[in-house]
Design a protein around this ligand. Structure first.
Ligand code: LRH
Ligand code: MN
Ligand code: MN
Length: 389
């Protein structure tokens, strides 16, 4: 147990979680966006808030950007600002869902001029990557159809494959194209990348620099997500997670809040495949919005929830687990997982933070920092950033 604990501490020390800039803007549902005091007004302030999450947790050193929401004149300046605050720019997310021309599709559109526009947007994103030092281009395709027969499903896949080839050709050697899938929304009959199989088929056709992104909120209820994790790991194509929690659909709630056991099972597959190592290439990102709760503490809670699930997965007695599996001991094997899941890992994580010179409880450390009052007083005037701008 002491060996396991020491190994867990070492692995946790190396774990990083990437946080999204859009978590720091005002967000809501289609019914209401609630404003929050001190909310960031521009990408520079979003990065400053993200840096607070890193300062308190020591585990969130990168921030994902979303273009055009985080469009600025000088990306070099934005990256330097991030570096000054101790964080770096992570994945660059493209946006294919807010232009009128995309009503019937973007990368799948029958009109070449509209497809070209959508491809050109990715050229802009690759320029942002070059200017900021980012290596991940993340593409979520919002395209789809609402009615059977509305369009030719197969022709749409062919047009998509062609568009993706053109985007892939824009990448530099150290870059990756991360392709995200989603079962439904904004279209409801057929999304053009509805599932991991479709993402994977396109990635395999593109080449080694293309990888799948698994957003935990993008599946049908009762989907076994850890099975997908295992399968993508087997074929070396799990590029990243978009972590969040869901009860119904794409709820974007705090990861680990709805079903901590599911998060543990996911992290268990990661640990089992030895894919927690920073060089495994898996980007553990959050994709969340904080509609009613305060945003910076919401991100801190998310990071600590991922850390707790990871710590539990690291504490699984794998020798006992494998021996029970081999012996056909159903409940013994299940029990090995349950024992780890039932462990209170908060003292271990407190020890991890203290050994790095941090406060043991990042949530309290943030509350005591006075940052929330400071930004509420300082960030007057200007337009608060919102999820979509
Ligand atoms: C789509 C999605 C995708 C977007 C983000 C804002 O639902 O998960 O990752 O880029 O939300
Ligand atoms: Mn996502
Ligand atoms: Mn989503």
């Amino acid at each position: 147990m002491t060996d396991l604990r020491a190994a867990a501490l070492q692995a946790l020390r190396a774990q990083t979680i990437e946080i999204p800039s859009w978590a720091f803007g005002n967000s809501g549902t289609r019914f209401k966006v609630f404003g929050a005091p001190g909310v960031a007004r521009d990408p520079f302030e979003k990065i400053a808030d993200a840096a607070q999450v890193h300062a308190c947790t020591g585990a969130a050193p990168r921030v994902s950007l979303h273009i055009p929401w985080d469009r600025v004149e000088d990306y070099g300046k934005l990256a330097a600002h991030a570096a000054d605050l101790g964080v770096a720019i992570g994945a660059i997310n493209s946006n294919l869902f807010q232009d009128d021309e995309y009503r019937l599709g973007s990368l799948t559109h029958a009109d070449t001029a509209i497809r070209d526009k959508a491809i050109a947007h990715h050229a802009e994103c690759v320029e942002v990557m070059r200017a900021t030092g980012s290596t991940d281009l993340k593409l979520w395709l919002p395209d789809g159809t609402n009615y059977a027969g509305q369009d030719d499903l197969r022709a749409r896949q062919d047009r998509l494959a062609d568009s993706l080839q053109q985007i892939y050709a824009l990448l530099d050697p150290g870059h990756r194209l991360l392709i995200e899938y989603k079962i439904y929304e904004p279209y409801f009959y057929a999304m053009d990348i509805p599932d991991w199989g479709t993402s994977l088929v396109h990635c395999l056709a593109l080449g080694d620099q293309a990888q799948v992104v698994l957003d935990t909120g993008h599946h049908a209820p009762s989907t076994n997500i850890e099975f997908i994790v295992m399968q993508l790991l087997r074929v070396g194509r799990l590029g990243a997670f978009d972590f969040n929690s869901r009860y119904y659909g794409d709820d974007d709630l705090i990861v680990g809040s709805a079903d901590p056991f599911q998060l543990f099972r996911i992290m268990n597959e990661i640990v089992e495949a030895d894919a927690l190592r920073p060089d495994s290439g898996i980007n553990f990102m959050l994709d969340q919005c904080h509609n009613i709760e305060p945003k910076i503490p919401g991100q801190i809670r998310s990071v600590t929830n991922v850390q707790e699930a990871t710590a539990k997965a690291l504490l699984v007695d794998r020798e006992a687990l494998h021996a029970a599996q081999q012996a056909g001991d159903v409940l013994g094997a299940h029990g090995a997982l349950n024992d780890a899941f039932a462990t209170d890992v908060r003292p271990l994580l407190a020890e991890l933070r203290e050994s790095a010179g941090l406060a043991p409880d990042p949530y309290r450390a943030y509350a005591a920092s006075g940052y929330a009052d400071r930004i509420a007083a300082e960030r007057t005037g200007g337009t608060p950033a919102s999820w979509g701008a």
